[in-house]
Design a protein around this ligand. Structure first.
Ligand SMILES: [Zn+2]
Length: 411
């Protein structure tokens, strides 16, 4: 068997294509394989499929292929352009690469299998390519996968906003709770993103009216003000009942406790170094921390009162029914608003503004905690996309890792 025949077999080339020669440059660690077609061959039109079109001229192209042992391998071919009566002059589609790519399909498949496992920049270094070329491949497959997305059965959605880069840009995720997948990721945060989601949902066979439950954090942007109402959940997902995420609700109370402590610390030096005691739950304290907490004259401390309010707020979620919870929350609200502790009064007012959404949990039982797994994938996406240069890259990585897309990678 001649070496070209072996390569031809290994590449799976079929007529009219064959390997015409192969050259190894040992010093450059490079294998170049020339592919050619038999003279007089006829090709199918890539647009309309009409067969038997004669070559009009050719264009020389080179594709990076899978490494051959320690050598980088490249395929080069004269790719014919044909003149189709219906479509005009078209470049023929080759079986080993997609139009416009400088990589073969198998090389792309290899990249796409490496990219979920490590930062794109690291893959780029390993294969010796610039990362912008790799990102182009990612975008191609993600775009195809997104085009196949079927969102027709989405009815329960969690909305989660996360800072893309420390406190700067935001990316908001719309998560299909039942299938645990990101169905939409968009730049920005707040009410404006909901309209974009509704539009994207419609484009993927879903219906904004079919969304029954939405879980969001207590960010005022989603609800505050008429404008936000129009653009936010109420304006775009008309049938959706809103559940306010319970972890965010507890966090608001917890932050208020911390503000009380900071204010009191100036006059009560014994509070120094106790910050974390008040932020944790009693059960998660060490024996020593518990001893410290018990040694404090808690009856006289505002911080201790605020802390008791937080524990009581958490117990809200132990109530058995919406009715019981509503009664409980009313009592809690009365207590907090009469506490004479301004941060707790503020927090209680925030609770009041989100009353129905907080109580909705007793019906929907959904929390953004259900999507913790997704959040960790998103964190991974951020690190995979390190130095990602653009939000577009970050979004693509989120879809790749957490979108459960049907990528149909070449095999
Ligand atoms: Zn045609």
């Amino acid at each position: 068997m001649r070496d070209t025949a072996l390569l031809q077999l290994a590449l799976g080339l079929t007529p009219p294509w064959s390997v015409s020669r192969a050259d190894v440059d040992a010093k450059a660690r490079r294998l170049d394989i020339q592919i050619d077609f038999a003279p007089g061959s006829r090709f199918a039109c890539p647009s309309c499929g009409k067969t038997d079109c004669p070559a009009y001229d050719t264009e020389r192209k080179t594709w990076r292929h899978l490494d051959f042992f320690q050598h980088q391998a490249y395929l080069t071919a004269r790719v014919p352009r044909i003149r189709c009566e219906a479509c005009g002059i078209k470049t023929v589609t080759v079986a080993w690469a997609r139009p416009g790519s400088g990589f073969t399909l198998l090389f792309e498949a290899m990249l796409m299998s490496m990219i979920p496992a490590m930062p794109v920049a690291a893959v780029a270094r390993m294969v010796g390519e610039h990362d912008t070329r790799l990102w182009r491949v990612v975008h191609h497959y993600v775009k195809q996968g997104r085009a196949r997305l079927d969102a027709s059965d989405v009815t329960r959605v969690a909305i989660d906003e996360t800072a893309a880069r420390r406190g700067h840009d935001y990316i908001t995720l719309f998560i299909d709770i039942d299938q645990a997948r990101v169905v939409f990721a968009t730049e920005g945060k707040g009410a404006e993103t909901v309209a974009a989601f509704a539009e994207d949902l419609t484009a993927h066979g879903g219906e904004p009216e079919a969304i029954e439950e939405v879980c969001i954090d207590m960010s005022p942007a989603f609800i505050k003000g008429e404008r936000a109402r129009e653009r936010g959940v109420a304006g775009n997902l008309p049938e959706a009942a809103v559940t306010f995420d319970k972890f965010h609700a507890v966090k608001i109370i917890n932050d208020a406790v911390d503000r009380v402590r900071r204010g009191e610390q100036k006059s009560q030096r014994m509070l120094k170094g106790t910050r974390y005691l008040w932020l944790r739950n009693p059960a998660s304290l060490s024996d020593r921390q518990r001893a410290t907490l018990e040694s404090l004259p808690t009856r006289h401390l505002k911080t201790a009162r605020a802390y008791q309010m937080r524990l009581a707020f958490q117990d809200l979620y132990q109530q058995d029914s919406t009715e019981q919870a509503a009664r409980y929350l009313k009592k809690w609200y009365f207590w907090a608003t009469h506490s004479r502790l301004p941060p707790m009064i503020d927090a209680a007012h925030t609770v009041k503004r989100h009353w129905d959404g907080i109580l909705r949990w007793f019906h929907s039982k959904i929390t953004n905690g259900l999507i913790e797994g997704i959040n960790s994938l998103v964190q991974a996406a951020k690190s995979k996309a390190r130095g990602y240069r653009s939000m577009r890259n970050l979004k693509a990585m989120v879809y790749l890792l957490a979108g459960k897309l049907d990528l149909r990678l070449p095999a």
